[in-house]
Design a protein around this ligand. Structure first.
Ligand code: DPP
Ligand code: ZN
Length: 873
């Protein structure tokens, strides 16, 4: 397969002035008739006329009304064309009913729908399918289905047809079409300038009761983008459609967002608090794309982070405003460490703006999205809120209607702030997670006149900054050293610009220096703090101000001190997390008992009724098994998945015993009375109650969980109880009852599949997963069901890594089967093997063998071939 490079970008030879498409829908023989007005690009470097096209049957083609015979290959067609503007017309035939890749035009539960990002439009008709070719689209749909939708505004309709016009020029990846027997949940929104917008969520008839929450989330998003970014919606109508078979979460097609039904449909009976929060965030994300992605799009796919990093950043701001900012930040960091760090520290590492790819679908990654959002957050922290707002205004003003680049984005910040961002740009080009080492030094008041301490003497540069001051007093120095390990073909890594938010606490726990931003730009750099009467305890990297691994030799006592006193909620949580992590690692490596300071700290935190219950729930969560495996690996110990699992069990059991007396009272306090609400307040109480129920289950064998399961009147309580019952080995009856209750609800049955695998005893997880693949409801073609089964197996760390290799073999078997149907979902799931080199020789051999078995499959997709190739290295 061919590798495509960022450095090879050339402008399109031909631009599109106008597109007219007619769809004659038929399951296996849809006709697509295109009429496209082309004009030469004044910036072109060559004149080649090439249209992308895949899996199309060309029926006829004309240029300015004259039949032509183009040269057709697997990738598209080329043709002799006039020197100046001309009209291209073509008729092609496609087969939506047999399109199992879910890319292009396909069918899902009887409806027609599309997914064109990144390169799906070329499976619909011949077109310059690249994001820097933008045009207004007019679309006519012909079918006997009652609902026919496309982008933009409806312009006309009649018996068996409907016509839509999108006045905003857009790239083909934002094209969308939906037709089906659908019903809508309608609403309206008046924009800040008084435009009245019709809103709809379209679903299959049985799902109409699951739309209200998504609609509220949409209206909140529209309002928030006006209030915070000054961005107004720009069409008369905004449609969302729920689709059951979908590779991603959702898609921001102009005026016609298409959602995986799991990312929009919600009801208290069928959705958990976590589902509600995720749905709100995804609706916001896709809506925010209307400006960051659609009005300003990407010049080429290497610039994907331009829209995704920024839009993830925007949706995280939104969630912080709607809910709790500290809880959102902690949750985001947990996610970043669970998904992005392993990616950036393994064979799939790539820069936030990749420089090469074979299949762009493989780069919709945690690095592009989540690290991309971290980069925006750092930029905002460095320039300040006001300058950020000014730069964003300039970005929208200067680039509206453009297909832009990261260079454009950074130039806006340079122009708005006068700052040189040359070094900062490394965050886009350099892969890997920087490691940041900290050492500290203290010179008491009476030796303030002595020469700089040893740490400083080592440093050729004088310390950068002096803080505080006034009366002669002690000087405290923090020295940072940053280093990014080599990876993704980059051997020489340069220092990054690191915004390091620091606070200092006095020995009595009072804050003696409020959060202060240190700007690190060198490989090694010292910062001095004066005006201190006693040696402070530092709180470093508050709010996780940079996506780095902080390496700090510090005592458990100091961590316990920060856990008790830090004013920064993130670092308070972090101190508890580090204590837990260090304790677990000591237990795994030397059989040490659980750390009393952690147990005491947890006891205090969980009872602290001044703290948000959602925050307390996060405090009680132990580091994931995969996170511990990575930590052990970094410390030179080969991780043993069974030992990791056992250590977490032991520690959780001890925590339960430590909190035993307090549990009944705390649980009673967290009970939520009255009608269910998915708001942050009650959801946080349920989250803490759920953690407490997990602990109680370790003491009562599941008696309370069984009662909760029976009486639960919402999915959060029901599913929490079910998980506890499965973990305690008493899940069988409840699982059977759950299935009977919910067998007609696909989204709930996904939970049923997932939970029993993810929560299974590791020794049995692969067997449970295998049995479920034989269940009549297992459906290889439905990505949600596939992820609920195989993704859940991978989530069960010790179960997936079972020593006999059955977990690996089962997953590989199914990936081989799925690749023939759906390359995109197959390729993405291959990443569960990415950390294979971190395990023991036997497991490594088993994983390699299974990866090679996938690689050897005949007709392996380009998607999967690239992923397996990169993982094997
Ligand atoms: N649908 C994906 C997202 O919104 C790709 N654009 O991030
Ligand atoms: Zn997005």
């Amino acid at each position: 397969p061919q590798t495509i490079y960022l450095k090879d970008y050339t402008p399109p030879a031909w631009l599109v002035e106008d597109v007219h498409l007619t769809f004659r829908l038929a399951a296996k023989t849809t006709r697509v008739i295109s009429r496209i007005r082309f004009a030469p690009n004044p910036d072109r470097v060559d004149q080649t006329f090439f249209l992308h096209g895949e899996d199309l049957v060309l029926i006829s083609s004309h240029i300015d009304g004259v039949a032509v015979t183009p040269t057709i290959t697997e990738e598209g067609l080329s043709c002799d064309v006039p020197d100046g503007p001309f009209t291209w017309e073509a008729e092609v035939e496609i087969s939506p009913a047999t399109n199992t890749a879910l890319e292009g035009l396909y069918m899902s539960s009887g409806m027609y729908c599309t997914q064109c990002e990144a390169e799906g439009f070329r499976k619909i008709t011949y077109y310059p399918d690249r994001p820097d070719v933008m045009a207004p689209f007019t679309v006519r749909i012909e079918s006997d289905l009652p609902v026919m939708l496309s982008n933009g505004n409806p312009v006309a309709e009649g018996e068996g047809w409907a016509e839509w016009h999108d006045p905003w020029k857009k790239p083909s990846y934002l094209f969308a079409l939906v037709a089906g027997d659908l019903v809508n949940h309608p609403d309206r929104f008046t924009t800040m300038s008084g435009r009245d917008v019709e809103l709809n969520i379209w679903v299959r008839p049985g799902d109409l009761h699951k739309c209200a929450f998504g609609m509220e989330a949409l209206k909140k998003s529209m309002k928030w983008d006006e209030d915070v970014y000054g961005r107004e919606y720009d069409l008369d109508i905004f449609n969302i459609v729920a689709v059951d078979d979908f590779n991603m979460g959702a898609m921001e097609n102009k005026g016609l967002n298409i959602f995986n039904s799991s990312a929009v449909l919600a009801s208290p009976e069928t959705s958990t608090d976590a589902n509600f929060e995720r749905i709100e965030a995804i609706i916001a994300h896709e809506y925010f794309h209307n400006w960051t992605g659609n009005r300003i799009t990407c010049r080429d796919w290497f610039q994907l982070c331009l829209k995704e990093g920024l839009t993830v950043y925007r949706d995280s701001q939104f969630t912080s405003d709607m809910r709790s900012a500290p809880v959102k930040r902690i949750s985001d960091v947990i996610d970043l460490r669970a998904r992005q760090f392993p990616e950036d520290q393994g064979p799939l590492s790539h820069p936030v703006r990749p420089e090469r790819f074979q299949e762009i679908n493989n780069f919709y990654t945690a690095t592009v999205y989540e690290k991309g959002a971290e980069v925006i957050g750092m930029l905002k922290r460095l320039v300040g809120d006001e300058a950020y707002a000014k730069a964003l205004d300039l970005y929208f003003e200067r680039h509206d209607g453009d297909a832009a680049t990261i260079e454009d984005w950074l130039r806006v910040f340079e122009d708005a702030t006068g700052r040189d961002l040359t070094q900062f740009k490394r965050w886009y080009s350099q892969s890997g997670t920087p490691r940041l080492k900290v050492t500290e030094d203290w010179a008491a008041a009476d030796d303030a006149s002595r020469p700089p301490s040893r740490d400083l003497a080592d440093n050729p540069e004088a310390p950068d900054q002096v803080r505080g001051g006034g009366t002669p007093s002690g000087t405290y120095t923090l020295t940072f050293e940053q280093h990014t390990p080599e990876g993704s073909g980059q051997t020489e890594k340069e220092p990054q610009v690191l915004p390091i938010a620091v606070g200092l606490l006095g020995p009595n726990g009072d804050e003696v220096l409020a959060t202060t931003l240190l700007e690190m730009t060198q490989a090694k750099q010292s910062f001095e703090f004066t005006g201190l009467s006693a040696r402070p305890i530092p709180s470093i990297l508050r709010e996780f101000s940079a996506p780095v691994v902080l390496e700090r030799e510090t005592s458990a006592d100091k961590r316990a001190f920060l856990l008790a006193h830090d004013t920064d909620p993130f670092n308070r949580w972090e101190a508890g997390r580090q204590l837990a992590r260090d304790g677990l690692i000591a237990m795994i490596r030397n059989g040490s008992p659980a750390d009393d300071r952690w147990l005491e700290g947890m006891s205090r935190v969980v009872r602290d009724d001044t703290a948000d219950p959602a925050f307390r729930a996060l405090m009680l969560s132990l580091p994931a098994e995969s996170e511990l495996a990575q930590a052990l690996h970094e410390q030179g110990t080969t991780p043993d998945p069974d030992a990791i699992w056992q250590a977490r069990e032991t520690v959780a059991q001890q925590l339960a015993e430590t909190l035993q007396d307090a549990l009944p009272r705390l649980q009673a306090e967290m009970t939520v009375e009255g009608a269910y609400s998915p708001d942050a307040g009650p959801a946080g109480r349920r989250a803490l109650a759920g953690k407490l129920l997990g602990l109680t289950t370790r003491l009562d064998g599941g008696a309370q969980a069984a009662r909760q399961y029976t009486h639960a009147d919402n999915m959060t309580l029901q599913l929490t109880a079910l998980a506890c019952l499965i973990r305690s080995g008493r899940g069988e009856d409840a699982l059977a009852a759950f299935y009977n209750r919910w067998k007609d609800d696909r989204l709930v049955i996904d939970k049923w599949f997932m939970l029993q695998i993810a929560e299974a005893d590791p020794a049995r997880a692969a067997d449970v997963a295998k049995t479920l693949t034989e269940h009549p409801d297992f459906d290889l073609k439905n990505p949600n069901r596939f992820r609920a089964t195989m993704g859940a197996l991978a989530m069960n760390h010790a179960g997936f890594h079972r020593a006999d290799g059955d977990g690996y073999a089962l997953l590989a078997d199914w990936l081989i089967r799925l690749d023939a149907l759906n390359p995109q979902t197959t390729a993405r799931m291959c990443s569960v093997f990415q950390a294979w080199r971190r395990y023991d020789a036997d497991r490594q051999a088993l994983m390699r063998q299974n990866l090679e078995r996938i690689a050897a499959k005949s007709d392996l997709s380009r998607d999967t071939a690239e992923m397996v190739g990169r993982i094997l290295g």
